[in-house]
Design a binder for this molecule. Structure first.
Ligand code: CO
Length: 461
C-alpha cells in the first residue's frame, strides 16, 4: 500500500451520464452494480444533485428523494451531491430557509458529501448552504469549490485566496471544479502545489476531457500532491466527461501514489454500464459521443451547451452564423465581467450571444436573466460591469443596479409560502420533500405530482 495513495471519487452515477447521455440514467440502471461499486473503496460516489434532480422529475418519472433513499439503503461509501449554493439545484436564488431546509433533508436522506459551488465564485452565495451542511446532525463532509475559468482577471493566486476563504468558512476540503476542461496540465501542477502549501484541508480535482487534457492534467496534479481526483468508469468517461477510472488506476499502479484500487473488480461493472449507455442512447435517440475540441479554450462553452446553441441556430435557419456565435461568446462574457461559464451563467451568456448574432444587432433584445446577471442579482461578477453598459446599452434603471451585488436583494419565497401555494393548488398535505421539489421546479414537479397524486397525500416520512 502506497504511503499517500491518490483517492478516487467515482462519477459514473452523476456527472458521467450527465456529461454523455443527458443525465438519463435510471435507478434501475444503477441498482445491479451498487454492491460491486461499494466494494471498490472509492472516496465517494457522486450520485445526486447537478441535473439529476430535474431530470428525474422531468424525464424519468422518478422521485429524486426516493432515488436517494434507494442509493443510501444500498451503499456504505459516502454519497456525494453537487449543489449550486444559493441556487440549490434550480435556476433562481432561493430564500435562506429554503436552502437550509433542502440541505437538512438531503443530509437526512443520506448525502455524505456536499460539494457546493457558486457560478460567480461569490462566497456570499455559498455561506448559507455551507453553514447549513456543517450544522447537520449526520455530520456530512462539506466541500467548497473553486469554479475554474480562464480570463485576464483569474490567476492561480486569486484561486488560492478563494480556497483560503473556503477553509476559513469551515469547509472540510476544497475542489477545483473545472467543468469545461480548461485546466492545462502544467497550470494544474502550479495551482495544486500552491493550494497544498496554503491549506491544511485536502484538495480534490474535478475535470472534464472536453479539450483533451484530462488524464494528463490529473497526472500533473497527482505529482503536485492532489489528494482526490474525480473519475468515471470507462463507458461513461472521456469526451465531455471525466477521465477514465481504470486508466488512472492503471497509470498509478506500482508508483509512489498507487491508488490501491482493484482494477479487475471494475471490469464487470464497466461492462454493465456499457450496456446501460447503449440502451439510453437508443431509447432517447442521443448522440452519446463527442469529439475532443481544443478550441473550447477560446470560447469556454461547456459541451452540452454548445450543441444546444448550434441547434438553436439550426432551427432558425442560421447555421452559417455558427462561427459568429463562437466569436461573440467571449465578447459578451467580457461585457458582463468575465463570469465563469457554468450553470446558470453559461446559459445566460450563451443565450445573449445567440440573440446578438441572430438579430444582427448587439443587445437589441436582452433577456431578463442577462440583465439580472449584469445588475448584480446573482452576486458579484469577477470584474464590475461598466455603469454605462448597464444603463445605456442594457437600459437598466439606476435604481435597479445592486451596487454591492448583495444577495440580500434577491429574496425569494419562503418554505412556508411554497407550502401554502401547494395547499391552495389542492395538495393538502405535502411532505417537506415535495415542497422542496416544488420550490425548485414548480411546473415539472406539479406534472409529476399529478401522475402520482395518491403518493403525495400518503407520502409521510
Ligand atoms: Co463536472
Amino acid at each position: 500500500m502506497a504511503k499517500n495513495p491518490v483517492k478516487i471519487t467515482e462519477t459514473v452515477l452523476r456527472d458521467g451520464h450527465q456529461s454523455l447521455v443527458a443525465t438519463r440514467m435510471r435507478i434501475e440502471d444503477m441498482l445491479p452494480q451498487l454492491e460491486a461499486l461499494d466494494k471498490i473503496g472509492y472516496n465517494a460516489l457522486e450520485a445526486w444533485g447537478g441535473a439529476t434532480f430535474d431530470t428525474c422529475l422531468r424525464f424519468l418519472d422518478e422521485d429524486p428523494w426516493e432515488r436517494l433513499d434507494t442509493l443510501k439503503a444500498n451503499l456504505k461509501t459516502p454519497i456525494q451531491m453537487l449543489l449550486r449554493g444559493q441556487n440549490l439545484l434550480g435556476y433562481n436564488h432561493y430564500s435562506n430557509d429554503v436552502v437550509e431546509k433542502f440541505v437538512q433533508k438531503a443530509s437526512a436522506h443520506g448525502i455524505g458529501v456536499f460539494r457546493i459551488f457558486d457560478a460567480l465564485n461569490d462566497v456570499r452565495n455559498l455561506k448559507v448552504a455551507i453553514n447549513a451542511a456543517l450544522a447537520c446532525p449526520e455530520k456530512p463532509h462539506v466541500q467548497g469549490c473553486l469554479v475554474y475559468t480562464i480570463s485576464p482577471v483569474h490567476t492561480n493566486e486569486k484561486f488560492v485566496e478563494l480556497a483560503k476563504e473556503l477553509e476559513e468558512m469551515g469547509c472540510h476540503s476544497v475542489c477545483i471544479k473545472d467543468m469545461s476542461g480548461l485546466l492545462e496540465p502544467y497550470v494544474a501542477y502550479d495551482l495544486v502545489k500552491k493550494l497544498k502549501e496554503a491549506l491544511k484541508i485536502p484538495v480534490e480535482l474535478h475535470t472534464h476531457c472536453t479539450s483533451g487534457f484530462g488524464h494528463a492534467t490529473y497526472l500533473k496534479a497527482v505529482e503536485a500532491g492532489v489528494d482526490i481526483i474525480d473519475c468515471a468508469l470507462a463507458p461513461f468517461s472521456s469526451d465531455t466527461s471525466q477521465p477514465c477510472t481504470e486508466t488512472m488506476v492503471a497509470a498509478l499502479e506500482g508508483e509512489e501514489r498507487d491508488t490501491g484500487l482493484d482494477r479487475q473488480a471494475m471490469t464487470p461493472i464497466s461492462k454493465h454500464f456499457l450496456g446501460v449507455k447503449k440502451r439510453i442512447i437508443d431509447e432517447f435517440k442521443l448522440k452519446g459521443y463527442f469529439d475532443i475540441n481544443p478550441n473550447v479554450l477560446d470560447f469556454q462553452i461547456p459541451g452540452g451547451m454548445l450543441s444546444n446553441l448550434a441547434n438553436q441556430l439550426k432551427e432558425a435557419g442560421m447555421e452559417d452564423k455558427y462561427q459568429d456565435l463562437l466569436d461573440e461568446m467571449p465578447r459578451v462574457r467580457k461585457d458582463v465581467g468575465y463570469p465563469p461559464l457554468v450553470t446558470p451563467s453559461s446559459q445566460i451568456v450563451g443565450t445573449m450571444a445567440t440573440f446578438n448574432v441572430m438579430s444582427g444587432e448587439r443587445y437589441k433584445m436582452v433577456p431578463k436573466e442577462f440583465k439580472d446577471l449584469a445588475r448584480g442579482k446573482f452576486g458579484r461578477t469577477p470584474v464590475p460591469v461598466e455603469k454605462e453598459f448597464l444603463t445605456k446599452t442594457l437600459g437598466i434603471p439606476e435604481a435597479e443596479i445592486i451596487e454591492d451585488c448583495s444577495i440580500e436583494d434577491a429574496k425569494g419565497m419562503t418554505f412556508e409560502q411554497f407550502k401554502e401555494e401547494m395547499k391552495q393548488k389542492g395538495y393538502l398535505n405535502p411532505s417537506d420533500e415535495d415542497v422542496l421539489s416544488y420550490a425548485l421546479f414548480p411546473q415539472v414537479a406539479e406534472e409529476f405530482f399529478k401522475k402520482h397524486f395518491k403518493q403525495i397525500t400518503a407520502y409521510v416520512k
